[in-house]
Design a binder for this molecule. Sequence first.
Ligand SMILES: *[C@@H]1O[C@H](CO)[C@@H](O)[C@H](O)[C@H]1NC(C)=O
Ligand SMILES: *[C@@H]1O[C@H](CO)[C@@H](O)[C@H](O)[C@H]1NC(C)=O
Ligand SMILES: *[C@@H]1O[C@H](CO)[C@@H](O)[C@H](O)[C@H]1NC(C)=O
Ligand SMILES: *[C@@H]1O[C@H](CO)[C@@H](O)[C@H](O)[C@H]1NC(C)=O
Ligand SMILES: *[C@@H]1O[C@H](CO)[C@@H](O)[C@H](O)[C@H]1NC(C)=O
Ligand SMILES: *[C@@H]1O[C@H](CO)[C@@H](O)[C@H](O)[C@H]1NC(C)=O
Ligand SMILES: *[C@@H]1O[C@H](CO)[C@@H](O)[C@H](O)[C@H]1NC(C)=O
Ligand SMILES: *[C@@H]1O[C@H](CO)[C@@H](O)[C@H](O)[C@H]1NC(C)=O
Ligand SMILES: *[C@@H]1O[C@H](CO)[C@@H](O)[C@H](O)[C@H]1NC(C)=O
Ligand SMILES: *[C@@H]1O[C@H](CO)[C@@H](O)[C@H](O)[C@H]1NC(C)=O
Ligand SMILES: [Cu+2]
Length: 801
Amino acid sequence: MKHTVSFLSLWLASIFVIFPQFTDARPQPKSIAFRNGRQKNGYHSGTKRQLSGASCAAPAAQSISAPDINPWASLSDDEAASVLKWLFGQPTLNLTATADAGEWDNTVLLVELMEPNKTDVISYLDGNGTAPSRYAHVVLDHRASVDPYYQDLLVGPLPVSNVTTRMQPLTYPYTRQTEGKIRNLDADSNTLYSEWLYKVSASILDITLDLFNGSVLGLDNDTLDVWGIDPLWQYDGVIRWDTFWSLPTTEMDSGTLLPLGLFFKSNVTGRDPSKWTLDGWLYNDIFYATTDEFRTAYYSPGFEKLPMNIDGEWAWTDQAGDIPPLDTNFPPMSVAPSGSRYFADPEQKYVKWMDFEFYISFSRDTGMHLHDIRYKGERIIYELGLQEALAHYAGNDPVQSGTAYLDTYYGFGTYAFELVKGYDCPSHATYMNTTFYTAETTHTHIDSICLFEVDSNYPIQRHSTSAYVSATKNIFFTVRTVCTVGNYDYMFSYEFHMDGSINVNVRASGYIQSAFFAKNGDYGYQIHDALSGSMHDHVLNFKIDFDILGTANTMTTSTNVPVSEVYPWSDGQTRNTMKLQRTQITNEDEGKLDWTSNGATQYIIQNLDQLNEYGNPRGYRILPSSPTIHVTIENSSNLVNAAQWATHDIFVTRQHDTEPRSAYPYNTQDVANPAINFNDFFDGESLLQEDIVVWFNLGMHHVPHTGDLPNTVFSTAHSGLQIMPLNYLPRDPSRETVNQVRIQYAGGNTSQVVEFGQQEPTCSIDVESVQPDLEKYVGDVVIRKFPYDPNNPYFETDSIE
Ligand SMILES: *[C@@H]1O[C@H](CO)[C@@H](O)[C@H](O)[C@H]1NC(C)=O
Ligand SMILES: *[C@@H]1O[C@H](CO)[C@@H](O)[C@H](O)[C@H]1NC(C)=O
Ligand SMILES: *[C@@H]1O[C@H](CO)[C@@H](O)[C@H](O)[C@H]1NC(C)=O
Ligand SMILES: *[C@@H]1O[C@H](CO)[C@@H](O)[C@H](O)[C@H]1NC(C)=O
Ligand SMILES: *[C@@H]1O[C@H](CO)[C@@H](O)[C@H](O)[C@H]1NC(C)=O
Ligand SMILES: *[C@@H]1O[C@H](CO)[C@@H](O)[C@H](O)[C@H]1NC(C)=O
Ligand SMILES: *[C@@H]1O[C@H](CO)[C@@H](O)[C@H](O)[C@H]1NC(C)=O
Ligand SMILES: *[C@@H]1O[C@H](CO)[C@@H](O)[C@H](O)[C@H]1NC(C)=O
Ligand SMILES: *[C@@H]1O[C@H](CO)[C@@H](O)[C@H](O)[C@H]1NC(C)=O
Ligand SMILES: *[C@@H]1O[C@H](CO)[C@@H](O)[C@H](O)[C@H]1NC(C)=O
Ligand SMILES: [Cu+2]
């Protein structure tokens, strides 16, 4: 997407949802054949609650106070405002308020919590240490110079005081030491349009009018758009390729489906547009070095004019086509008849469900992270969260070939919009707000994290014999957020299960970025009139800092290998069979790993000093729960060193306070010398019984087909990783739930339904009352920080255009 972020007032669809008129939807008491024979856990159940008539509607999370102050909590309004005031009081920074700033002024891009060091947090949570001092991570956009740069600063400690608060360049999380300065190739994003792209387009207005029946001149009546590669080519100055697109004709966001197939190359080195040069045109796979050459060819006989992509219903997402049978009948839905069965402290962003508990943090770059995940009272994971998301395209044209989005540049937190109740999350879900900073304001995404339990609709356990059948419900808990980064919507779901496992899921929907179809057959399918699906890899990197019964952990592997063996009992015959081969990942030189063919190798994070009663180390295994990938392209010409975390499925490194993240949002600005080159984390350090961090990738090789029109669907665009206990507990913990049944049926006329203490549901369901009120969807609420104006919030939702 082009780099301009525009402020859109949220458009509220005035769609009024009419629910079926269920005048009496109260369920009948469950009919259970052998009520008198029911037993609860060995003793007879005498009590059975009657339907109380209370409504099942709208449960809130059970309230709880977090055991500790959340060390990862976002800056409060007052903290952010005081940091800004302090920054604007520093004359050396020469700051201009964003609203007044042009491209040659210094502005504040970011003020958010600098995540505290693990060393300090652990001594606070586990020891007698005090809560870690809070610091602000500040990013300045230093543009009042011919060499613009981003400046990372650490400001603190907080609260701000004239005596103790200091600023210093933030350097320790970066592998390349540049005093926290990273060059900015995007400083002139407005000038780029007004002084370059529109002028180039104007220079061939005759051709765009003739070929595309349109123009892009920066006028209100533009019918075309122009934008191009990301990251920019950086091998010799700064080179960009741009292409023309039709603009959507309605509010539907179909622009990325409307490429027109005419490309141009510009050398935009430096900040003086008068020195920029147009270095050529490309149409129908033919390169023209100059505009004159292109125009001469265009008006010559035999010039082949290709068809164009035109917006229309095919590219819109509203209902279209024949309604499937019975589809207008209201579909099944889930309710929470006893209210919520989990606790939340929205203030501290602390959540507890069954034997799991954790804290939540939220940042501009990467959105929601989970911290201090405990199971049965023991920490198993110190931190779990997204690091970066790559969408690496390819194509016969320079724009698709030159596209390798690193999406934290745009930000995940910024675009974690309000969730759609009953759609993004079940109607009985509960919600938390998140906040992020932009342009001297903090925005609150209302209801942008949802929490809910659902029945997975298959049992977690069952067994039948001729005498009984036993089965256990598979109820699991989810915490979810959705981030719409430009054309794409990423759904992140962390799921917690009764067997002690955690599932990390990412799903993708929204509009694909497509390619012009001409001669692109090796890079995708033709999917519409002049449209190719444009192959690309999505790779999303996550950090999981395991702490299994302490920080001293080891990754071990166990591989099923075919062998030929002679046994004492095999009559001297060689038997072709298999056995287990076990290894340890001893140091970082062995720390780059892939899922093996045929799923032969199990990767396990164990504490070798914490053995179970059979002498096996207690641990957790990681495995894909849905296909995962790493990047196909080797040594990408676009990325160079900017995304070295994408080259394998799994990485293991030693934990360091100086290596909190695998990626950095401005890595696209200097791809050869990025601020964080993940390869530099690997320097041979021992990984045996050390504090180790696993970095894993989810993603998919996306080769869009006709089914990606108008939008990719979450059902198939899905990747997941499971984190499951391995020899961690004496046995399967899901036996602890009372949500199971044993039915004795031997003997034909005698039977017994054995239950274990689950209460009967007691509410009645007024279907209309459990429906979310979608007219309350309002988008983000904003509070101005400089000048600080906490009492005048207003509504405004930003998206990437
Ligand atoms: C401060 O910034 C302004 C632009 O906002 C610029 O004109 C001026 O040269 C800068 N001053 C210094 C000392 O860099
Ligand atoms: C975090 O740890 C690094 C490396 O030890 C250190 O340089 C830095 O000052 C620490 N940060 C804070 C906020 O204490
Ligand atoms: C915390 O303090 C208590 C009492 O002062 C002491 O017994 C304990 O060893 C301390 N724990 C740690 C981890 O320092
Ligand atoms: C810091 O100093 C400024 C100017 O001298 C003053 O206005 C402000 O109140 C002081 N802030 C604190 C927290 O003392
Ligand atoms: C060209 O575009 C104009 C609107 O800009 C539209 O009215 C007209 O129908 C278009 N012509 C063709 C041939 O598509
Ligand atoms: C677009 O607006 C400009 C300036 O108002 C005008 O000159 C031009 O004719 C308009 N183009 C079309 C296709 O209406
Ligand atoms: C782009 O322009 C700069 C000077 O402005 C020049 O040094 C560089 O070689 C040019 N790059 C290419 C690929 O032509
Ligand atoms: C979310 O923000 C809205 C608007 O500021 C507020 O009314 C609501 O109480 C907040 N919700 C939670 C759970 O804090
Ligand atoms: C990656 O590609 C660049 C440019 O083609 C080349 O200079 C470099 O040696 C390559 N690196 C590796 C590890 O292959
Ligand atoms: C059926 O139930 C009756 C009464 O409890 C009992 O006498 C009889 O033996 C049962 N039949 C079988 C096949 O178990
Ligand atoms: Cu895709």
